[in-house]
Design a protein around this ligand. Structure first.
Ligand code: GDP
Ligand code: MG
Length: 160
């Protein structure tokens, strides 16, 4: 049986422990009244995988995930973004910035405002979420990334 290719290929990136899970999965959901399928690749953190370049080449959109309780994971996002740009050979790629674990209010090390500023610098959307709380914001970050992938695809095809 032939499987229809996913409508977008999304990749989770971020330091170990920030709250990604461990598999590639297909996620079907409604985005702007359309039923879309996203293929989502979960990856190991930097230095954990030698396959990262393959993952980045494969992906069309990237969730840059840090933990609101882990400053280093936030500071490493800039390097992650640069790394994707160097693999993709362009700054023009889809990504969203995701600060996870915001349920751990007493362990917060990264402010919301500085993360919003980083998102401005990277020209992307920003979401804070908790993977534990049922993940409504997680879902919204995937949808927004999907929208950006589709938007960028359309713009790039008109350029050609
Ligand atoms: P990964 O290395 O990025 O894949 O991180 P994991 O998904 O393995 O998560 C690392 C740890 O953080 C696990 O113990 C998770 O249960 C925990 N975790 C993940 N997301 C959250 C969250 O939103 N809130 C809290 N409190 N813990 C989380
Ligand atoms: Mg993991």
């Amino acid at each position: 049986k032939m499987t229809k290719p996913a409508d977008s290929r999304l990749v989770l990136l971020g330091n170990p422990g920030v709250g990604k899970s461990e598999c590639t999965y297909r996620h079907t959901t409604m985005v702007d009244d359309e039923n879309v399928s996203m293929e989502i690749l979960d990856t190991a953190g930097k230095g954990e995988s030698i396959h990262q370049e393959g993952n980045i080449n494969w992906g069309e959109g990237f969730l840059l995930v840090y933990s609101t309780t882990d400053r280093e994971s936030f500071e490493d996002i800039v390097n992650l973004h640069q790394h994707i740009a160097s693999v993709k050979k362009t700054q023009n790629f889809s990504c969203v910035l995701v600060g996870n674990k915001n349920d751990l209010t007493h362990e917060r090390k990264v402010g919301q405002e500085e993360a919003e500023q980083l998102a401005v610098d990277l020209s992307c959307c920003f979401f804070e979420c908790s993977a534990c709380d049922g993940g409504e914001a997680v879902d919204e970050s995937f949808k927004e990334l999907h929208r950006d992938v589709v938007r960028r695809r359309m713009v790039n095809s008109m350029r050609r």
